[in-house]
Design a protein around this ligand. Structure first.
Ligand SMILES: [Zn+2]
Length: 375
């Protein structure tokens, strides 16, 4: 079965604006690490450049008026309406070519997921995708077109049942809102609590509505949460629900901004905890479509995605530079390219507070959501 990486140099070279924290160059850093660690040389691995999503498909999720605004903004236009749709703010700047860039990102996810759905590939990873904050009619949190919501909407209308697992440090609100009232999509988001982080939602009591009750699952975590606490929460909730739901395909948003060195958020994950979580997702997902997402320490994010790709392909990274003498891989670059962090374990009262927060959330979900799934 094929393992597909969606990648192009063209996409990696793009930028929103020079000082914006969202950096597609993470794709290029990932690619360099995949070569260094011998993770992109297998016969069943292929690299495919993204192609722009067809305009008609965008409207399976997004409002047509919003699509027109986005297109006009990308052509240099500006209007009051754009601001109301979240376009032209600090988070979501307006820049030339933004519509084409958004179509390319969404196409990477959409056509990648088609390969998984058709059985052509069992794993596809689009590291520059994962725009989980964009709404039907507005941009939000660096996201213009919600590649995930567009793709899952299309898969559901073709009769598939999808489980969505979001480990980005921010709540996957755009995807949650898209599927809040359906039982055909199980959305699970682990994130730093909305009490301390954008977008300020994703509390455990948001569990879906109507036929979708129990099919939206939120695991908010206290700021400071480390690998141990995160893994406890993940293991308690995610594998049992996925096993019961029996999805046709799993969709994962693998944002790297939960890392302890991320400048925009406050969790304390290391690349080791992140790697463990991705391995567990893969074990529970014979068919897996994965995207990147956030991750604003570009070097640690590239390391996390390298580990994620290895885990999804069932490979062990082998550093071909170990033992080499001289050359450019000593000094800071050696450190930047190291995949596994030193272990980090929180202790004392802060650890107790994180653990009791996670225990409370897990207890709530086991009481309110598990019975809906026969658990
Ligand atoms: Zn994020």
């Amino acid at each position: 079965m094929k393992k597909v990486l969606i990648y192009s140099n063209e996409l990696s070279r793009s930028e929103y604006t020079a000082d914006h924290p969202f950096k597609p160059v993470r794709g290029k850093l990932l690619m360099e690490l995949l070569h260094r660690y011998l993770l992109i040389y297998e016969d069943n691995q292929i690299v495919i450049p993204p192609r722009p999503i067809e305009e008609e498909l965008i409207s399976v999720f997004h409002d047509r008026t919003y699509i027109e605004l986005l297109k006009a903004a990308g052509n240099g236009g500006f209007s009051e309406e754009m601001l109301h749709a979240g376009l032209g703010t600090g988070d979501n700047p307006v820049f030339l070519g933004m519509y084409e860039l958004s179509r390319l990102i969404a196409g990477g996810t959409f056509y990648g997921a088609e390969m998984v759905a058709s059985g052509e590939a069992d794993v596809v990873f689009n590291p520059i995708g994962g725009m989980h904050h964009a709404g039907r009619d507005h941009a939000s949190g660096f996201c213009y077109l919600n590649d995930i919501a567009i793709t899952i909407t299309d898969l559901v209308r073709k009769g598939m049942r999808i489980a969505y697992i979001d480990i980005d440090v921010h709540h996957g609100n755009g995807v949650q809102d898209a599927f809040y009232e359906t039982d055909q999509v199980l959305t699970i988001s682990l994130h730093e609590s909305g009490e301390s982080l954008y977008p300020g939602c994703g509390y455990e009591h948001e569990t879906g509505a109507g036929p979708g009750r129990g099919f939206t699952v939120n695991i908010p975590l206290r700021e400071g949460t480390d690998d141990e606490v995160y893994l406890f929460a993940f293991e308690s909730i995610v594998p049992p629900l996925i096993e019961k739901f029996r999805p046709d395909m799993v969709f994962a948003e693998l944002g790297g901004d939960g890392h302890k060195d991320d400048p925009l958020a406050h969790l304390n994950l290391t690349t080791n905890g992140y790697e463990r979580v991705v391995k567990r997702i893969r074990e529970n997902s014979p068919k897996l479509m994965a995207t990147g997402g956030g991750g604003y320490n570009v070097y640690r994010t590239a390391a996390m995605w390298t580990l994620a790709w290895a885990a999804m392909c069932g490979l062990t990274p082998i550093d071909q530079y170990v033992g080499s003498v001289g050359g450019m891989m000593y000094g800071p670059e050696m450190h930047m390219g190291r995949l596994n962090d030193e272990p980090f374990v929180l202790e004392g009262p802060e650890k107790d507070a994180c653990l009791s927060h996670a225990r409370r959330v897990v207890g709530y979900l086991m009481e309110k959501v598990f019975p809906i799934h026969g658990l």
